[in-house]
Ligand binder design. Structure first.
Ligand code: SAM
Length: 201
């Protein structure tokens, strides 16, 4: 992690009110849509959205799931998510503090999702995060994120080395398989953005 958890939390809390309007790239929208489609929860499923931010994924999945848990380190982002849930009358979603390596969730979850958030962690921290996710026992983990299909290129969009620490697709695939998942889909949205679907073998 190139910045501390507190630095990331403060950075996102500072921009929380403008975050939704700033996410206007085609690739971000494609990722949201792919993560939602691949998660595809059933009516009895509990879904955990890690790095939920203002709740883009959590709120989109709530109507199809029994319960959605959104976790993030930024109170400002979580407040935006709670406001949107209330404004839209979505009652089966709960937003609270939790981190990738300590999601702060009681009990098992059926599906874990995460979009555009895990790239703040280093390779080793992502390994610890995926171990923590595997311990929750989900049958599926859908990860949309900045990730390198080729060589890292800071001149290309989505990768700012001062705040981001994306992994290669190879590293993510290795860690997922080490933790009992099989990669069942790899969606390349951009040379530096993709969606991985990992399911229990
Ligand atoms: C770019 S936003 C993405 C938000 C949302 N998932 C979306 O698709 O719009 C990244 C989010 O990850 C959160 N985040 C960063 N590091 C985190 C960590 N270690 N644990 C949990 N959330 C984290 C930030 O606070 C921020 O809300």
């Amino acid at each position: 992690m190139k910045k501390t958890i507190e630095e990331h939390a403060n950075r996102f809390s500072d921009i929380a009110g403008d975050y939704d309007d700033s996410q206007d790239s085609e690739e971000y929208r494609a990722c949201v849509s792919l993560v939602v489609d691949h998660a595809d929860p059933g009516a009895n499923d509990t879904v955990l959205d890690l790095g939920t931010g203002t709740g883009a994924i959590a709120l989109a999945l709530a109507p199809g799931a029994e319960r959605v848990i959104g976790r993030d380190i930024s109170e400002g982002m979580l407040d935006e998510a709670r406001t949107k849930a209330e404004e839209n009358g979505i009652e089966n979603v709960e937003f609270g503090e939790g981190r990738f390596r300590d999601p702060n969730v009681d009990g098992e979850v059926d599906i874990v999702v995460s979009n555009f958030a895990m790239h703040h962690l280093s390779d080793e921290e992502k390994r610890e995060a995926i171990e923590a996710i595997a311990e929750l026992g989900p049958r599926k983990f859908v990860l949309g994120d900045v990730m390198f299909f080729g060589l890292p290129d800071p001149k290309e969009p989505f990768y700012s080395p001062e705040v981001d620490d994306p992994s290669t697709v190879g590293h993510l695939a290795d860690v997922l398989t080490d933790n009992g998942f099989s990669l069942t889909a790899v969606e390349r949205v951009h040379e530096q953005v993709g969606v991985l679907v990992a399911e229990r073998t």
